[in-house]
Ligand binder design. Structure first.
Ligand code: C2E
Ligand code: CA
Ligand code: CA
Length: 510
């Protein structure tokens, strides 16, 4: 009857968690949007900066590579430097006049001039300035056609000069790569008028970005500017990326969350089913008095026995059961089985409980209805790892149950919350010294001195002490030397099913 009630409570709490799940799912869905979208301006800035830097890098690489081609000596040596038909034909040929050259003009030392158009085109050239870093000599002119200022690469061959005007359309390809009027490019060579490419009168009302390449102590620089137009252009692009990535993250988070929920929900369902099918069974690990070698009691350690008889250790489901309010029903179920076994067991039988058992007084009503003779050998182990919140209630439950049974032991002593204060506040008279400390015996681990301190305190406080997880004779001997004779551990016996335990008793008596 009580189990049915418990089951009902559990199903209800499962439903409540389900209600939460939708809320969490919704939160996980909106969170990526809520986190990513406020960062939109930062993403746009980042995107603009990287666009501006990339574009300038490409432009600079292009200008450098063109300049190198134009200074190719082999090509220049083909010229006769007489401005006759052959020279003009050569200047108009693909070799001298590829796509990126608008005008190429030869000026002879005798004052004669010719170009790829035949007669001279460049008439009003500014003084030529040498850019040391790149071995360029640059000048500028104003185009007849567009009235724009253009850069001229000037090369000297003997007393002759070769002037090349790079086709600005070539750079326009880069400047228009995002949108028309997105970029403005400025060349600045000290001594030359500043040359500007890119139509845009930059509106720098809200957003302005620029990046520069400086050469030879800043005497020559190329600067690329961008403003509101590029901001608007990239804003749309960034928004699309943000929507898509937020959506993908939201979906991934939801997939992870729901698969986690379903695995948890199914573990919960499996535990409830296992309770109904009596799949939780007690194993017993004897506690031996090392002086006499005799069994003086045992701890009940739960096992989940599956249909194929394989056993799941408690570490795999007890923490989950404790977290999800299933532990009470599991302990009830185990207690009933242990109660049935009690008459066949020797010495005390200790069963693990949780704080809630004491805080809510769940043990005393059960004990009251049982055979007094049997249950006086029953004791309980409360792990110190869990925090007790209602001391008063816990203490009075301990007092109450101590009238019927063998009392309460403080488990895993020294590893958790309460330690000595739990002993005082709860009035517990028995402790189990954790394996963590036993393992330090024979080592120079600092915790070994903690073990000694616990033992000294235990003797002074007249506590019953059980050493847990004892695996070697060295440990047994060390503990015996310190007056600890109640030993639980693989050195004497592993946890085992009841039938094996009875067999163990038999051999132990011989
Ligand atoms: P615990 O209460 O500290 O139990 C002692 C654990 O140490 C047991 O692991 C036992 O098999 C293991 N052990 C004993 N001697 C040795 C040894 O010499 N060497 C080594 N390596 N291990 C040793 P087990 O059975 O896997 O149980 C793990 C934990 O699960 C228990 O630790 C206890 O906290 C919890 N547990 C087991 N049954 C129950 C239960 O019915 N209710 C609750 N609430 N917790 C339980
Ligand atoms: Ca225990
Ligand atoms: Ca323990």
């Amino acid at each position: 009857m009580r189990q049915l009630k418990q089951l009902k409570k559990q199903i209800l709490s499962l439903l409540q968690i389900k209600k939460y799940q939708w809320l969490v799912s919704l939160l996980l869905f909106v969170t990526p949007f809520a986190i990513l979208f406020p960062a939109e301006p930062a993403f746009i800035s980042y995107s603009i900066n990287s666009h501006v830097n990339d574009t300038l890098k490409q432009i600079t690489i292009k200008i450098n590579s063109i300049s190198r081609i134009l200074q190719d000596k082999k090509l220049i040596n083909k010229l006769n430097f007489d401005c006759k038909t052959d020279d003009i034909a050569l200047l108009s040929s693909q070799d001298f006049n590829p796509l990126y050259v608008r005008v190429i003009q030869l000026e002879l030392s005798n004052g004669e001039k010719c170009s790829n158009f035949g007669s001279a085109i460049i008439k009003n050239m500014s003084p030529a300035i040498f850019v040391a870093e790149h071995n360029f000599t640059l000048a500028s002119t104003v185009s007849h056609q567009s009235q724009r200022r253009e850069t001229i690469l000037v090369q000297f061959h003997g007393g002759h000069r070769l002037l090349t005007v790079i086709n600005s359309r070539l750079l326009n390809n880069y400047l228009d790569s995002e949108c028309a009027d997105c970029y403005q490019l400025k060349y600045s060579v000290p001594g030359l008028p500043i040359m500007i490419r890119g139509e845009q009168e930059l509106q720098q009302k809200n957003h302005h970005y620029s990046t520069s390449s400086h050469y030879s102590n800043k005497d020559y620089s190329i600067t690329l500017h961008a403003g509101d137009r590029l901001y608007e252009e990239l804003e749309e692009e960034v928004d699309v990326y943000l929507y898509i990535s937020s959506f993908i993250i939201a979906i991934l988070l939801n997939i992870m969350f729901w698969s986690w929920c379903s695995s948890r929900a199914s573990l919960k369902g499996m535990i409830i089913a296992a309770l109904n099918n009596n799949e939780f069974i007690p194993h017993y690990q004897p506690v031996i008095n090392s002086k006499t070698g005799k069994v003086i009691g045992q701890e009940v350690l739960i096992r989940w026995q599956l249909k194929d008889k394989s056993l799941i250790p408690p570490g795999q489901f007890i923490p989950y059961a404790e977290e999800n309010n299933l532990i009470i029903a599991i302990t009830d179920n185990l207690l009933e089985q242990v109660y049935q076994d009690l008459s066949e067991l020797t010495g005390w039988v200790s069963i693990n409980i949780v704080a809630k058992h004491l805080e809510q007084g769940l043990l005393s009503p059960w004990l009251k209805d049982r055979d007094n003779e049997l249950i006086k050998r029953l004791s309980f182990e409360l792990t110190e790892r869990e925090q007790i919140k209602q001391f008063k209630e816990a203490e009075s439950e301990i007092q109450l149950i101590s009238q019927f049974c063998n009392g309460v032991k403080l488990d895993d002593f020294g590893t958790g919350y309460g330690g000595f204060s739990y002993l005082q506040k709860l009035g517990v008279q028995s402790i189990k010294i954790d394996k963590m400390f036993i393992d330090t015996i024979g080592t120079d681990d600092l915790k070994c001195s903690v073990l000694d301190a616990i033992i000294t305190f235990g003797h002074k406080a007249n506590l019953e002490m059980v050493a847990e997880g004892v695996e070697t004779k060295v440990q047994v001997d060390y503990l015996a030397g310190k007056g600890i004779n109640l030993i639980q551990g693989f050195y004497y016996a592993q946890p085992m099913a009841k039938a094996e335990l009875i067999d163990f008793y038999r051999k132990n008596k011989q």
